[in-house]
Design a protein around this ligand. Structure first.
Ligand SMILES: [Zn+2]
Length: 282
C-alpha cells in the first residue's frame, strides 16, 4: 500500500541555509489555543538537502503552537486511504499544459497581486496554504476559490522536517491545516492536495495525507524564487526546466515576493506564446 518512491529517499541538494526560516506574523492568528512557545528556527546549517521553504529574508517571528504534538502518541494512526498516496508532479493530460503552484500563503500583500496577474492571462493555479495563514485571511481563501483556482494544504507550521516527526505530529500538521483552510473557504471547498514543506516526503506523510483525502503534490520545476536570485534568474529557471505537463513551484508568501511577481508577469505571456494552456495537477 505504501510504496517508497525515489523522492522519499533522495532529495535535490541545495545551497546550505545558515538560518531557518522565520514564519509569517499571520501565524500569530492561529487559534486562541495556540501560544507563542519559542521558534521553529532550528538551524539545519545546510546538513539537510531539502527543498525550498521560501522563508528566507522574513524578519517575522515564528511562534510554535503550544498544542503541536511532540511525542509519539501510541494511539495515533493513519486513516485508511481515501485517495492514492503516490506523489504527483505533472498535469493530468500532459501535452502542452502547465500547472502553476504558489506556496506559503495566502498573503494580504502578495496573493491579490498574483490573482490579478493570473486573471489577466486567464490562467489558473493551485495555492498551497499554511493553515494559520488561511485562518488569518479567509477573504483571500474565498477569492482563490472564486477565481476558479484550487486549494492545497501546506501544513500548520511549515516544518521542513515533517517526514521524521512522530505520527501524531504529522497528523496534526496535515489534518489541522486542512480543516483551517476548509473553514476559511466558508464553503467547504475541497482541499484535495497536500504539499510537504520543503518537499520533505515520507511514506507516512503521504499515507496520512491520503487518509485525509489529499493527493501528495510535488513539482517538476523549481524556480527557486524563494532564494530571491533576481527576476531574470527565476524566469530562466522556469524556462529551462519546464517540459509539457510540468508543475511550476513559486511562492506568494513567506517573504518579500516582488521578484516572483515580476517574473510571473513575464512568465505568463511567455507560456501563452509558447502554446501552453493552464491546467491543474492530476
Ligand atoms: Zn513552503
Amino acid at each position: 500500500m505504501i510504496g517508497l518512491t525515489a523522492r522519499d529517499t533522495h532529495r535535490t541538494p541545495r545551497t546550505p541555509r545558515a538560518h531557518r526560516a522565520l514564519r509569517g506574523l499571520s501565524v500569530l492568528a492561529v487559534a486562541g489555543a495556540l501560544a507563542i512557545g519559542g521558534t521553529a528556527c532550528s538551524s539545519d546549517s545546510g546538513h539537510r538537502a531539502a527543498k525550498p521553504g521560501g522563508r528566507e529574508g522574513s524578519a517575522e517571528p515564528m511562534p510554535t503552537p503550544s498544542d503541536v504534538p511532540t511525542a509519539a502518541d501510541p494511539n495515533a494512526s493513519i486513516p485508511p486511504p481515501l485517495v492514492p498516496d503516490t506523489i504527483v508532479r505533472s498535469t493530468a493530460t500532459g501535452g502542452r499544459t502547465v500547472a502553476l503552484t504558489f506556496d506559503d500563503g495566502p498573503s494580504p500583500q502578495w496573493t491579490p497581486q498574483v490573482l490579478a496577474l493570473l486573471k489577466q492571462y486567464d490562467a489558473h493555479a493551485t495555492f498551497c496554504m499554511l493553515g494559520p495563514n488561511a485562518k488569518a485571511n479567509p477573504n483571500l481563501v474565498k477569492e482563490v476559490v472564486a477565481a476558479g483556482d484550487r486549494l492545497c494544504d501546506h501544513s500548520v507550521t511549515h516544518d521542513e522536517g515533517i517526514a521524521k516527526r512522530p505520527l501524531a505530529r504529522i497528523r496534526y500538521e496535515i489534518a489541522t491545516a486542512h480543516d483551517q483552510i476548509v473553514a476559511a473557504s466558508g464553503s467547504g471547498a475541497a482541499v484535495s492536495w497536500f504539499r510537504a514543506p520543503g518537499g520533505d516526503w515520507s511514506p507516512q506523510v503521504r499515507a496520512t495525507a491520503a487518509g485525509f483525502g489529499m493527493r501528495s503534490l510535488d513539482w517538476s520545476v523549481d524556480t527557486r524564487d524563494w532564494e530571491r536570485p533576481g527576476t531574470e534568474k527565476i524566469l530562466a529557471n522556469a524556462k529551462k526546466e519546464l517540459k509539457p505537463g510540468g508543475i511550476i513551484l513559486m511562492h506568494d508568501a513567506g517573504g518579500e515576493r516582488s521578484q516572483t511577481l515580476a517574473a510571473l508577469k513575464q512568465l505568463l505571456p511567455w507560456l501563452v506564446q509558447k502554446g501552453y494552456t493552464f491546467a491543474f495537477p492530476a
